[in-house]
Design a protein around this ligand. Structure first.
Ligand code: GDD
Ligand code: MN
Length: 375
């Protein structure tokens, strides 16, 4: 038997706390993080579960090299998948500890408050402890300036779906009783990054929550993976919960892309009519339809389905299938609109119902045929 030198009294003890760390391209940070967590949790039986989405920078190899010497560290390497929420959930579900914490792997979250969080959650009745970003005594909306506006608006909207009054529902740093996540898991969205907000919106009873402040650190190595697109994800998240989880999170972006397609279509039509007057309206309209479909396809590939993005030559069959399924969507759209209109409804009711049906049809078929979930 190999003996592990741990020096913290936790040898052979089952972990009370699993710290789940979603990572993507954090090779330079993981080693430092293990050291910092080990220092911060001296008297605690802990484990660290990194969940890596097959980072090209070799993050998983780095973690596994550490894990081969320290049984408190593990690595889940996921292939063909991306997403902070999904990775966090998978890490939590791999734990059998009483408590789990989710924490970023880029050293921006202050690991020294884990002890305080643990003390709070051990207290009878506490379900969830949220680490809230604070600067000089004031809660901050975190992130860089451009995202703080989004964050404020998000906070306002989130009151609509989150039943609990919390300062920072977007925090990526929290500790929770594992059993709560186990129960909620089938309802949680794996897309996006709003795992805490999702947990709060999904809980079927009001949770007992404690919040504790910490100072959000600057990133030293690597770069942030969250960009302006998260704002759209968040709108999708709210729509999802406002409709009782009926409308998928992605549908919001898919719908926006569809709406942008109308604008692209009209611009292309105008350009074609002006540039190729000899060919007449039909040719211009056909051309514009093609341009709009291509634009929708590329935008959906880059935004709506960025986690399942296709690239290279696969784009060609992808686009053809997308165009074919959208054409069938048009038939469904027009058919339904005509039916409703002939029943004596207002023109716009019929038009809207048709357009919505077409959008839903396109959403379903393109999700099944073009941006299939890899398994
Ligand atoms: N496995 C996996 N898959 N990990 C990911 C992915 C992914 O697709 N995307 C990001 N991560 C990891 C990063 O490697 C990092 O460890 C952590 O998730 C946070 O990602 P960052 O890219 O550093 O996020 P941020 O610093 O811009 O945003 C932080 O603040 C947000 C706003 O409050 C995070 O803490 C967010 O969770 C938080 O909501
Ligand atoms: Mn970060």
């Amino acid at each position: 038997m190999m003996a592990f030198q741990q020096g913290d009294g936790s040898v052979g003890k089952v972990a009370e706390l699993s710290v789940i760390v979603p990572v993507f391209n954090e090779a330079e940070n993981v080693g430092l993080l293990v050291g910092l967590v080990a220092d911060a949790l001296q008297d605690v039986a802990w484990e660290l579960i990194f969940v890596d989405d097959n980072s090209p920078d070799g993050t998983a190899e780095r973690v596994k090299a550490i894990a081969s010497k320290d049984p408190r560290v593990r690595c889940i390497r996921r292939v063909g998948r991306r997403g902070l929420s999904g990775a966090s959930i998978e890490g939590i579900l791999a734990s059998s500890a009483l408590y789990v914490a989710v924490m970023d792997g880029d050293l921006q979250h202050d690991e020294r408050i884990l002890v305080r969080m643990l003390a709070l959650i051990r207290a009878t009745g506490t379900d969830l402890v949220i680490a809230t970003r604070e600067r000089e005594g004031h809660a901050i909306t975190g992130l860089s300036g451009k995202r703080s506006l989004v964050s404020d608006f998000g906070r306002f909207l989130s009151r609509l779906v989150i039943k609990s009054e919390v300062k920072d529902p977007m925090s990526g740093f929290f500790m929770i009783r594992r059993e709560l996540v186990e129960a909620a898991a089938p309802k949680l969205a794996t897309e996006g990054f709003k795992i805490l907000a999702d947990l709060l919106a999904t809980a079927d009873r009001p949770l007992v929550i404690r919040e504790t402040p910490y100072v959000f650190r600057e990133r030293q190595h690597g770069e942030s993976k969250l960009d302006a697109r998260v704002a759209f994800d968040y709108m999708g998240f709210l729509l999802h919960h406002l409709t009782g989880r009926l409308v998928p999170i992605r549908f919001f972006l898919f719908g926006l892309v569809g709406a942008s397609g109308v604008v692209v279509h009209l611009l292309a039509l105008k350009a074609a009519l002006a540039g190729l007057p000899a060919y007449g309206f039909d040719v211009a309209q056909t051309l514009a339809t093609f341009v709009a479909m291509l634009s929708n396809f590329l935008l959906n590939n880059g935004l709506t389905y960025r986690d399942r993005r296709i690239s290279g030559w696969a784009l060609v069959p992808g686009f053809l299938i997308f165009a074919a399924s959208c054409s069938i969507g048009v038939i469904a759209n027009v058919g339904l609109a005509r039916l409703i209109f002939s029943e004596g409804q207002q023109w716009w009711v019929a038009g809207l119902a048709g357009a919505l049906t077409g959008a839903v049809f396109n959403y379903v078929t393109s999700g099944l045929l073009v941006w299939r979930k890899k398994s």
